[in-house]
Design a protein around this ligand. Structure first.
Ligand code: FAD
Length: 480
């Protein structure tokens, strides 16, 4: 029998249960990727599209090495699958599940439509360690607080094992035309802004494997301390690979366990646990999105629907461009623009600054991140923004407003990160680097800095804007 394998956010051959099942059941296999035009407010942004282009190229190459190839289509997923099933004679479609609200509804409709045509659908879990309908608290309710979620997840980890890469792939059925070429999908930018992305990333399964190996072999032991330092490459940078499913969390878990077994040291065990804890935040975010799908748009804490947000397009633009006059925020926003990624600590600082100091709705920030991050992920981005803005599950208390000056001094103590992204401030002594507006005139002159000219003066005063944010909170905190 012929089957269709519908690749989505699982662009890999190893630990891909839909692929395994299809290889087991089907005589001929048609692997397909559909660039969807179904209505969805969260279609991939520019940086994600760049990534997708290269990841599809890598997947197609891996399939061709095994005598198969990737069939590319563009359109509504239901129509594409129905037509493809009709032309190929496929009697089954295999895919791995997704958890975004629009994808879930759409998948249900697709399954019903295909069933009516006598085509069976088989779905599997490739994306999560534990799926959201399989992990509740003792009251049978979804977790809303991370620590108990993590504690109850830990004992389940031992039983989770990845699947191997299939040793052989069934041949592709004849006579389906060739689909579109990768170029025809039009995923790459029209003008050349992607040099920074090309320098930083290798999309695809091989690039993902390299990142994981590099973490395990050289840096894991330092992870607990280095993970908070934007000036160091202390984290794994696996987030875009995990988002596109070039690597699954089960594989990360298994390799971590294997590594730990080979290097019994208390430091490594602790570091491995810290790393897994971060991976569990990803699980938590996906579970929250599944149980509270409205949170992509609405605050989980409904009081925040009444928060007095500012409408300030010019200040928003200054934040987007890294021109707020607050060095740590500007450095982060420029890192994001150039590389499609931002360090987690700086994401928290930049998000707190937008939603609290600038008083701009967190949704505006979430949208900008969505378009510019290579790891833009609806679950993680929604959680990150709501958490930082103080309106999400297990959020930081609203009054805990990040101070971008002390954060820079603590986590970038030698100013390496700030100097890298803000070369115009490079000559400023460490003491003033995170707060140039407080530097004496002669120090600024010596460093050739003219505030408001070659580096912006702060667009808002940190202290006054903090007080304004707390005033906004006072207005809504009594609402029940
Ligand atoms: P590592 O420290 O190496 O962590 C390993 C993996 O764990 C990550 O790849 C990621 O999959 C997961 N992870 C780590 N921290 C978190 C977290 N706080 N929440 C959820 N998962 C986590 N992450 C995204 O993948 N996509 C997003 O769109 C996204 N938007 C964010 C927006 C804001 C405002 C904030 C504060 C955080 C956001 N994050 C997002 C979470 C986090 O910043 C990134 O996952 C992390 O910086 C990725 O770098 P890494 O792979 O080196 O992380």
């Amino acid at each position: 029998d012929t089957a269709i394998l519908w690749f989505r956010q699982d662009l890999r051959l190893t630990d891909n249960p839909a692929l395994q099942a299809a290889c087991r059941d089907a005589g001929k296999l048609l692997p397909v990727y559909i660039l969807e035009t179904d209505p969805d407010p969260w279609t991939p942004g520019a940086a994600s599209r760049w990534w997708l282009h290269h990841s599809l190229a890598a997947l197609d190459a891996a399939l061709r090495e095994r005598g198969s190839r990737l069939h590319l289509l563009q359109g509504r997923a239901d129509e594409c699958l129905e037509t493809l099933a009709a032309t190929s004679g496929a009697t089954a479609v295999y895919w791995n599940r997704r958890f975004e609200p629009a994808a879930l509804t759409r998948d249900r409709d697709i399954e019903a439509g295909l069933k009516q045509r006598g085509i069976t659908c088989h779905s599997s879990n490739a994306a999560l360690l534990v799926e959201p309908w399989d992990h509740f608290n003792q009251q049978g309710k979804p977790y809303r607080v991370f620590t108990p979620f993590w504690r109850s997840l830990q004992p389940r980890l031992e039983a989770i094992v990845p699947q191997r890469r299939p040793s052989a792939l069934p041949g592709v059925p004849r006579g389906n035309g060739h689909g579109l070429s990768l170029e025809e999908l039009g995923l790459l930018p029209e003008y050349d802004w992607d040099a920074g992305l090309r320098n930083e990333w290798q999309p695809g399964e091989a690039g993902a494997g390299k990142r994981l190996r590099s973490l395990l072999e050289t840096r894991l032991i330092q992870y607990p301390e280095a993970r908070d330092r934007p000036d160091d490459e202390g984290t794994s940078r696996l987030s875009p690979h995990l988002h596109f499913g070039e690597l699954g969390p089960r594989q990360v878990l298994a390799q971590l366990m294997q590594h730990r077994a080979g290097h019994r040291s208390a430091g490594l065990v602790r570091a491995g646990e810290q790393f897994l804890r971060q991976l569990a935040w990803r699980e938590f975010a996906h579970h929250l999105l599944y149980h509270f799908p409205e949170t992509t748009d609405k605050p989980l804490d409904r009081r925040f629907e009444h928060f007095p947000w500012s409408n300030a397009p010019e200040t928003l633009r200054a934040w987007q461009r890294g021109r707020t006059g607050i060095p740590l925020v500007d450095a982060g926003m420029r890192e994001l623009w150039h590389t499609g990624w931002m360090h987690n600590r700086v994401r928290m600082v930049a998000a707190s600054y937008l939603s609290k100091n600038l008083g701009i709705h967190w949704r505006e920030g979430a949208r900008w991140f969505w378009d510019t991050l290579v790891d833009a992920d609806l679950a993680n981005n929604t959680l990150g923004w709501q958490w930082t803005a103080g309106c999400g599950a297990d959020a930081a208390p609203f009054f805990r407003i990040f101070n971008p000056v002390t954060q820079a001094q603590k986590f970038d103590p030698h100013g390496r990160y700030l100097r890298r992204w803000l070369p115009e401030l490079a000559r400023l002594p460490d003491k003033w680097l995170a707060r140039p507006w407080e530097a004496p005139t002669e120090v600024l002159a010596e460093a050739d800095i003219r505030l408001g000219d070659n580096y912006p003066a702060p667009v808002v005063d940190l202290k006054a804007s903090r007080a304004r944010a707390l005033g906004g909170w006072d207005e809504i905190k009594g609402i029940s």
